[in-house]
Every structure is written in C-alpha cells, then in structure tokens.
Design a protein around this ligand. Sequence first.
Ligand code: ZN
Length: 245
Amino acid sequence: MRYGIISDIHSNLEALEAALDFLRDVDALICPGDIVGYGPNPNECCDIIRERGVITVLGNHDAAVIGQMALDWFNPLARAAIEWTADQVTAANRAFLESLPLVHRLEHFVLVHGSLSSPEQFDYITSPWETIPTFAEMPPHNLCFVGHTHIAEYYARPTGELQADQISMASGGTVALSAEFLYIINCGSVGQPRDYEPRAAVGIFDSDAGTVDIQRIEYPIAATQKKMRKAGLPKPLWTRLEFGA
Ligand code: ZN
C-alpha cells in the first residue's frame, strides 16, 4: 500500500494541487493536520481533503478556527489569519474540522499533529529529547507521522533505547525503515515550508517496501501570494512563502 502524506497545507490551494498531482498514483492520502490557517483558500482546501477522503487529524490552526483552542496561544500574525479564516469557513467545512480526531492509529502507523503524549496541547518536536514522550506512546506501532514544525526531518531510535538520531530531510530523500528502530517522521509542510526550501514538501510511505520517500514540488508561489495580498492577510505571511522560512 502506498500512502501520500500531505501535512500543514494551510489553505494554500496551489501547493495542495501540485502535491496531489505528484501523488496521483498513491492508494490513500494522509494529512497530519493544519488544513487551514495562514493561506487564502481554506474552503477549497477543506473541500478537497473532505471529498478525497484523506485520513486526517486535527492541527492547532484547525482547532483554533473552530474555537477549540485559545487564540492567545498564537502570535499576532497567525491569530489574524485564524480570525480571517474563521469568518470564511462554510458550515460544512466547520463541521468537517470539528469531526477530526487528535490521533489516528492505522495498521502500519500512528498519525498526530504535534506530539503523541499530549496531542491536545500541540507540543513541538524539534530535538531528540522532545521525542521521548511520543516514542513512549507509540507501541505497538514503530512509525509515527507528525506535522506542526513545517520542517522535513525524522527521528530514529533503536528499540529499547532512549537516544534518538535527528536527520534532516529538507532536500528530500528516502528513509529505509528497519524493524529494529522506532521512527517519528515529519514529511514537511505542503503550504508553508519553514526549512529554507520554498517548494511544497510531500511524502510517500510504501508499507510493502518499508520506505518513506520525501520530495519537494514546485508550485506557483506568486499566485498564492497575490491572493493573500488581495485578501488582506498580513504581509509577512505571504513574503515568507518565497523563502520557505
Ligand atoms: Zn502548521
């Protein structure tokens, strides 16, 4: 089974369409959260995720838009975009966001936006020591897909040990999974990369081959920026797209 992984889409329709075009041959799609927030097309992105039956968990921006998370958690720019998004989302898409779980456990992997130990708090995993609570909650699974940081990277830890290695995947590449290790994998962000690589990040998990392939995909960034400017979204939110920062 081949799964396409599209995380942190953030209402960026051009990036989502480019990602889905690249992933057109996969068997299923999974989204580790944050369909909305920051970008100009929240409804179009929700419609696609809903209609395609993407296996999705709730992200912190999704939660804030439906009033399940306090706005003071966010910086002023993110908050402005959340408030704008909350005014835009249709009743159907609001209901869809409200239906999303915090954690999904499937046959081959676990899916969560931030961390598995306290998914409702959306803790960030940015260093090996921050992986410890999530690794502790993973068994019987040995693979967990996360989002949230917008940085393509993974953490690998030998079974029965506490020390994990942190490996950057910002330039893409393939992770060959071993049964002797536990893995937390962030395939990066489709709609707002922050690993100094502005192209959309997508993953392909092949459960038969035991591989996770991360790729970067070109999309028309200027078109997204133009829409954000027109919508009156804060300037730093659209200028950052061309730097991937
Ligand atoms: Zn995000």
